[in-house]
Design a protein around this ligand. Structure first.
Ligand code: FES
Length: 136
């Protein structure tokens, strides 16, 4: 075998043997999101500040705003621009992203960019003393 043939053979072998490792490193490690109703906190927790953040709920990240008596809304607080966590501003009734100032209405729709896609929303209700949500 000539030196050039040997180097080509070794080079192809190296690429072929490292491909599965590269694919595994790029694959997503996220846990599946439940499509059922999930408890994300208590109505007492929600009523204390008018918002309830459950970053690791089985339904995915959830931010519930409102009170147990009225105006309940739940969104996925992950900004659709680059993934920062939006905050609820009760005085202006908007979700505001701290990274690049995108703003979303209480329905999750974009009011100001750079984000172009709405926040994902959840159906939300109070059952007993629990706040429960379900992807909508
Ligand atoms: S990550 Fe939210 S505006 Fe950029």
């Amino acid at each position: 075998m000539k030196r050039r043939d040997f180097m080509n053979w070794v080079g192809l072998g190296g690429i072929a043997s490292s491909l599965p490792v590269a694919i595994a490193a790029c694959s997503s490690q996220t846990t599946p999101v439940s499509r059922d109703w999930q408890t994300v906190g208590t109505s007492a927790e929600l009523d204390k500040t008018g918002q309830l953040l459950a970053k690791n709920s089985p339904a995915g990240p959830v931010l519930v705003v409102g009170t147990s008596n009225a105006n309940l809304t739940a969104v996925n607080p992950t900004c659709t621009h680059a993934g920062c966590t939006v905050a609820w501003k009760a005085e202006t009734k908007k979700f505001v992203c701290p990274c690049h100032d995108s703003e979303f209405g209480i329905d999750g729709k974009v009011q100001k960019g750079p984000a172009t896609e709405a926040l994902k929303t959840y159906a939300v209700k109070i059952e007993g003393n629990s706040v429960i949500v379900k992807p909508s």
